[in-house]
Design a binder for this molecule. Structure first.
Ligand SMILES: [Zn+2]
Length: 323
């Protein structure tokens, strides 16, 4: 189900109907904001057999795209795993065949900046000489980690996180989440609908958050050795680290807002008491530095450099609080 990004879908539909759809489109934007969902819905539109609206979402073609069973729509979606050359080669053999049912063969390749160099180079061949009936939809978070030759052969669309209200409304109306939980998850998501929906189904997300919030307080009282021990533990678990960094980023950003006296709502709306208590002991400068440092570690992870060292620096500069 596509939430938000209506303008992007309309743009793709307009290009298609005007006959100027690029054979390859690159959907860019932060993780979990709906890039793959948009690609899937557009693939539905290309296959939909209902006259209108496009896509109908209920015809046999639309339903089979949703369940991954449409013979003319291939999705290479391996979260966290790079797309490999064998997968691209297999896809290319598939795309060489004429469509079974409709007019188009669609391939969706997600997180393409993680694809191996061999896989990316292999795909270039298809991008250079695509069969006329092929539509490729690539998604990526970071454009600077894609081969320039890939980027230059795609039409690019940048997607943004959704408005918090939009996420909250969607959680209530489409996923039946009760209002207070929807409000909290929407704020925590920062507009990343995919994150919020995942948190609805995976209760451990909120349990891990509770633990991470405790850890934030604990760190403020820990000594150097304890902090370095925690840095070592975190750097061994990339998945947990990513989630923890997002939480820390939001937390320090909230503290920054409070210290700055900003009139915008914080992200951790259920933790106002704890935030206000900590904000008393933190300076505006400390909060700003921590926000920057968390972002720096995130960049290190994305670029695969010195992650362990960056976490150590971050944790050693974590403000000490004597309450
Ligand atoms: Zn349909």
């Amino acid at each position: 189900m596509l939430v938000g990004h209506a303008w992007a879908l309309e743009l793709l539909l307009r290009r298609w109907k005007a006959g100027c759809l690029s054979h390859a489109t690159l959907l860019l934007g932060p993780p979990n904001i709906g890039k793959t969902t948009l690609a899937r819905v557009f693939a539905q539109a290309l296959q939909c057999v209902a006259p209108t609206p496009m896509p109908c979402g209920t015809c046999s073609s639309c339903r089979r795209v949703t369940t991954g069973n449409h013979p003319d729509v291939r999705i290479l979606d391996t979260p966290g795993e790079p797309i490999k050359i064998e997968q691209v080669r297999e896809l290319q053999r598939d795309l060489a065949l004429l469509p079974y049912e409709g007019q188009w063969r669609v391939a969706i390749l997600t997180e393409f900046e993680r694809a191996t160099l061999e896989a990316a180079n292999a795909l270039l061949k298809t991008l250079e000489e695509p069969p006329s009936y092929v539509v490729l939809l690539l998604t990526a978070t970071r454009i600077d980690q894609l081969l320039p030759t890939i980027v230059s052969r795609c039409q690019t669309l940048w997607l943004r996180p959704l408005a918090i209200d939009q996420v909250q409304q969607a959680l209530m109306s489409q996923w039946g989440v009760e209002p207070s939980t929807a409000k909290l998850l929407a704020h925590l998501s920062g507009g990343r609908i995919g994150w919020a929906v995942n948190a609805v189904y995976d209760r451990e997300v909120m349990e891990r958050r509770a633990e991470a919030l405790e850890q934030i307080s604990d760190l403020m009282h820990q000594n150097r050795v304890q902090r370095l021990g925690y840095a070592a533990a975190l750097s061994r678990s990339p998945k947990l680290l990513e989630e923890t960094l997002m939480l820390w980023g939001n937390w320090w950003h909230d503290l920054l807002l409070l210290r700055a006296g900003a009139q915008v709502p914080v992200c951790n709306i259920d933790q106002l008491e704890r935030l206000h208590a900590q904000a008393q002991y933190i300076t505006l400068d400390q909060a700003r530095r921590m926000v920057e440092q968390v972002e720096f570690v995130m960049q290190c992870i994305e670029q695969n450099v010195n992650t362990r060292l960056a976490i150590e620096v971050l944790l050693l500069s974590w403000p000490r609080v004597e309450e």
